[in-house]
Design a protein around this ligand. Structure first.
Ligand SMILES: [Zn+2]
Length: 296
């Protein structure tokens, strides 16, 4: 599969230039356009022609040969039908072509590959909670073909993406249960909501991210020591492990931690809490953003 760029013209209805406000994952669609010739490049050309006047767009349209980027990933594409909701504003939208003279199996396999590439870039190794059907946002019967098992069903699609990412496929299974000794890594890119400058306790400084602090402002022992983390951009790119943390910036972390202890879920910590250590400091993290990696 070749990824090519044929961007829609900026400043049009289909490409407003509004910035995405976060990243929850990828929303998958089928074009439901069975016309002959309605492949990826034709769809990209449509957004460069009359389609530019409509509030309908997609980041990628994909067929048996090409994944065509029509809207930059950091901008909003009007695809999920949920207005200012997370589908439009916090996911990357992919349209899979189902034109009658195409190859739906190859196009869908290409979409699997593209999803894995994007999630990997965002530091996500467990697809659970990061792949959405258009249907999840509005109830629309989309992705039409996948929802009918053509060429395979949604669970198979999700499992294929997980296989490409490595790790154990558990997209629809029960939540992981961490215990002392579990090996985990951070799953995703996190916004920096608070910082602590280097001091006696935190020799490299520390950051607070509400995603790792049960969605709430962080408290004592909830800050992440800066030693193992990398400062990056919103998309998880340009990682700098010696970068200086700033409020409003982003971080990710590839290090594998050993869980020292766990706290069971409470009203306020629905996912439970794991106790980890870095820079000689123990800290508490919401288990939600942690991904268990196998010991082998
Ligand atoms: Zn759709």
């Amino acid at each position: 599969m070749q990824i090519i760029e044929m961007l829609a013209p900026a400043g049009t209805n289909c490409r407003s230039g509004r910035q995405r406000t976060g990243f929850r994952g990828i929303t998958v669609h089928n074009t439901s356009n069975w016309s002959k010739g309605a492949g990826a490049i034709n769809h990209a050309n449509y957004l460069r022609g009359s389609g530019k006047n409509n509030y309908v767009s997609w980041h990628y349209v994909i067929d048996k040969d090409y994944a065509v980027r029509c809207i930059p990933e950091n901008e909003v594409a009007w695809c999920a039908g949920d207005g200012n909701g997370d589908g439009n504003f916090k996911t990357i939208n992919i349209e899979i072509c189902d034109n009658s003279d195409g190859n739906i199996r190859k196009a869908t396999d290409n979409a699997v590959e593209l999803c894995a590439q994007i999630l990997r870039r965002y530091g996500i190794s467990n697809v659970s909670g990061h792949l959405f059907q258009h249907n999840n946002w509005t109830g629309k019967d989309c992705p039409y073909d996948i929802r009918r098992g053509n060429p395979y069903d949604w669970n198979t699609f999700v499992n294929k993406v997980q296989e490409k990412l490595g790790g154990k496929p558990s997209p629809s299974g029960p939540d992981q249960i961490l215990t002392a000794g579990s090996k985990v890594r951070f799953n995703g890119v996190f916004k920096i909501n608070e910082i602590i400058k280097p001091n006696k306790k935190y020799p490299n400084g520390a950051v607070g991210s509400y995603q790792t602090c049960y969605g709430a402002p962080c408290g004592t022992n909830d800050y992440i020591p800066c030693g193992p983390i990398g400062i990056c951009d919103f998309n998880g790119n340009n990682v700098n492990y010696n970068g200086v943390a700033k409020v409003g910036g982003y971080w990710k972390c590839d290090k594998i931690f050993t869980v020292i202890g766990v706290e069971l879920p409470t009203r306020y910590t629905k996912n439970g809490v794991a106790i980890l250590e870095a820079d000689g400091v123990r800290f508490r993290v919401d288990c939600g953003p942690l991904y268990e990696v196998s010991n082998s």
